[in-house]
Design a protein around this ligand. Sequence first.
Ligand SMILES: Nc1ncnc2c1ncn2[C@@H]1O[C@H](COP(=O)(O)OP(=O)(O)OP(=O)(O)O)[C@@H](O)[C@H]1O
Ligand SMILES: [Mg+2]
Length: 261
Amino acid sequence: MSPLVDIAHVTRVYGNGKDETHALQDVSLQVAQGEFVSLIGPSGCGKTTLLRLIAGLDVPQGGTLHVAGEQISGPSHERGYVFQQGALFPWATVAQNIATGLKARGVYRQQQHRVPEYVELVGLDGFAEAYPHQLSGGMAQRVAIARALINEPRVLLLDEPMGALDSFTRVEVQDKLLDLWQRLGSTMILVTHDVDEAIYLSDRIVVMTPRPGRISEIIDVSLDRPRARDDDGFLRLRSRILDKLNLAGSRPGAHPERASR
Ligand SMILES: Nc1ncnc2c1ncn2[C@@H]1O[C@H](COP(=O)(O)OP(=O)(O)OP(=O)(O)O)[C@@H](O)[C@H]1O
Ligand SMILES: [Mg+2]
C-alpha cells in the first residue's frame, strides 16, 4: 500500500552565506494511513519546519512531499494543524472557535449543525458558549484540536500541543488525543519534546538531530495499548530514546557552556 504521507529527500535551508541554517537535510519519511507518528529531537532540529512543510505553509529547496499521492502545493483543510498554544480567538465562544474551521472553507452555513458534535467529541459538553478565558489550558487545547478535526483532515499535524500544559493536564489531553485517534482512525503526526508522551501515544517515533536537521533513527513502539508508563518495556524504550537524544545533543565540544558547569 502506498503511504498517506510521503516525504522524500527534503531539504530546507534558511538564510544564506555565513547565516545559512540547514533546518532540514535530506529528510525522508513515510507515514501510513491511520498511523500515529511522533517527531522528537532537541530544539532547533527542524521539527516545526518539517510540520510546516507538510502543512503546505512553507516550501522546501529540495525533495518532494506528497499526501495521498498528490504533491503538496499549499495549505489545505485536508491537513489540520494544531499549534503549541491553541491560538483561539479570545472574543469567540468555544462553538464559534470550532466553527472557524468550517468558515475558513466557506461551508459554515451548510455544516454548522456539526459543531455540537465536535464540542462533545473533545469532552466539552456544556462549554459551547464559554469563552477561552473561562477554560483551563487543557480545555483550550481540546478546542484547538476540535477546530482542526471538524474539517475531517486526512492528517492531523500537532506542533507540541501539550507543551505548555502542566503534567496532569498534559496526560488528560494525551488521553483525549489517543481516544480521538482510535475512534476516528485518523493519521496523526505529533511534534513533542516529551519522551514519555511519544512512547505513550505513537506507533513510531522519529528521532531527529540538529544542524543539519536529520532523522537519526525511527523507532517502532510495539507495546500494547493502553500503555503503562511504569511498564518494563516502556522504561526500556525510554532509556533507549533518552540515550539517543543525549548522544545527539552532547557530542564532545557541542555544548562547551555545559562542560564548564
Ligand atoms: N523563518 C526562519 N528563518 C531563519 N531560520 C529559521 C526559520 N525558521 C526556523 N529557522 C531555523 O531552523 C532551525 C530549525 O527550526 P525549527 O523551528 O524547525 O526547530 P524545532 O525542532 O521546531 O525547534 P523547537 O523544538 O525549539 O521548536 C533552527 O535552527 C531555526 O533557528
Ligand atoms: Mg518547533
